[in-house]
Ligand binder design. Structure first.
Ligand SMILES: NC(=O)c1ccc[n+]([C@@H]2O[C@H](COP(=O)([O-])OP(=O)(O)OC[C@H]3O[C@@H](n4cnc5c(N)ncnc54)[C@H](O)[C@@H]3O)[C@@H](O)[C@H]2O)c1
Length: 332
């Protein structure tokens, strides 16, 4: 096993970000803020320098606005540097993020250059939104050091990052990447290399159904956004669909699916895992043993946490007020 793959988070691995645009820039800020020495590369040295300057100023602004901790501006300025080329950026890097545009040919070309110039023991993560990691891996020499590390926008403030193994990525590389990203204060989840991974597949399924309702005249976009952000979307800030389902009761879910299936057809039939759980008497927190098997001794504490968290989230939203431009959409 090679250097990065043996390192612990506290080693403050040297990082390179290739593609210093919207996502790469945010990722670079987070890495720099957490003490990593970061080299930024873009199409040329001037573009990299422009990004460095923009990102440093922005980090200071985030600090001034209380969005980043005290000292963030200075820390980012000290740790973030522009490289002359992709090759220079990655030559001594332990961890490399590729965040060039979502065009397969561009990513393949850049990943080929990165992997030719990077140290053998480095880890190379692609921020692709949807291109299969298995296909991109074909452009990487020593593809066992390659994986998907999918951040969300805006990278400094969204806590979740998807970790996607390529066909040859060993567990040690995945764990090292998870440790590094976890050390940046992010929450990782390991998911399979399938189109859209988890986040985008779910996000686009929701969007599609919402668009269908607009097309059918069920509600206007403004009303749908109001319903989502004030009801189940409000819950989703704290819990995933399975925790919510277990708290609601899987028997309730199964019967709701039966109604929806009668109206909308097979695509709304009850999922097999729900039907099986209900048949076995595992209805969620009320019986113990739902999909997540939560509850038991901790049930009371969980429900108290839920109520306190929802109340505080409501208070936070009241303090924040309506999002500019969306007042008419009655966001909340
Ligand atoms: N924007 C989002 O909301 C979002 C969210 C998650 C993931 N992503 C993914 O992140 C990646 C980057 O997206 P973005 O929105 O930051 O794009 P962007 O256009 O803001 O940034 C891309 C950067 O790459 C640079 N670049 C282009 N060709 C290059 C090359 N050959 N060598 C070096 N640099 C090059 C560009 O100059 C630009 O600065 C994409 O794969 C995208 O799908 C985007």
């Amino acid at each position: 096993m090679t250097s990065m793959q043996q390192q612990s988070v506290s080693d403050k691995a040297a990082a390179a970000v290739v593609g210093a645009g919207y996502m790469g820039g945010g990722i670079a800020q987070v890495l720099a803020l957490h003490g990593h020495h970061v080299l930024l590369a873009d199409v040329d040295a001037e573009a990299a320098e422009r990004s460095r300057s923009r990102l440093t100023e922005q980090a200071q602004r985030f600090e001034d606005e209380g969005l980043m901790p005290a000292g963030a501006g200075q820390t980012v300025a000290a740790n973030l540097h522009a490289a002359r080329s992709v090759e220079d950026a990655v030559a001594s890097a332990d961890y490399i993020t590729e965040a060039v545009p979502e065009i397969a040919e561009v990513k393949s070309e850049v990943l080929g250059r990165i992997s030719a110039a990077a140290p053998e023991g480095s880890i190379i993560g692609s921020n692709t939104s949807a291109l299969p990691i298995g296909e991109l891996a074909a452009s990487v020499t020593r593809p066992e050091r390659f994986l998907g590390v999918h951040w969300m926008n805006p990278a400094p403030f969204i806590p979740g990052v998807e970790i996607i193994p390529g066909p040859q990525t060993p567990d040690a590389v995945l764990t090292a990447a998870e440790d590094l990203i976890g050390g940046l204060g992010k929450r990782t989840a390991r998911v399979a290399d399938t189109p859209g991974f988890v986040a985008n597949r779910l996000q686009f399924a929701l969007y599609k159904e919402a668009a269908r309702m607009v097309e059918e005249g069920t509600a206007r976009p403004e009303e749908i956004d109001t319903v989502v952000s004030n009801t189940f979307g409000f819950r989703l800030a704290l819990f995933g669909p399975f925790a919510i389902g277990d708290m609601a009761g899987l028997d309730v879910y199964e019967s709701a699916y039966r109604t929806l299936e009668r109206a909308y057809g097979e695509r709304f039939s009850a999922p097999r895992m729900v039907a099986d759980a209900v048949a076995a008497g595992n209805l969620g927190v009320k019986t113990g043993g739902g999909v997540l098997d939560i509850g038991g001794d901790e049930l009371e504490a969980l429900l108290a946490y839920r109520d306190a968290a929802y109340a505080q989230l409501s208070q936070l939203r009241s303090r924040l007020g309506f999002a500019p431009g969306l007042e008419g959409a009655a966001q909340h």
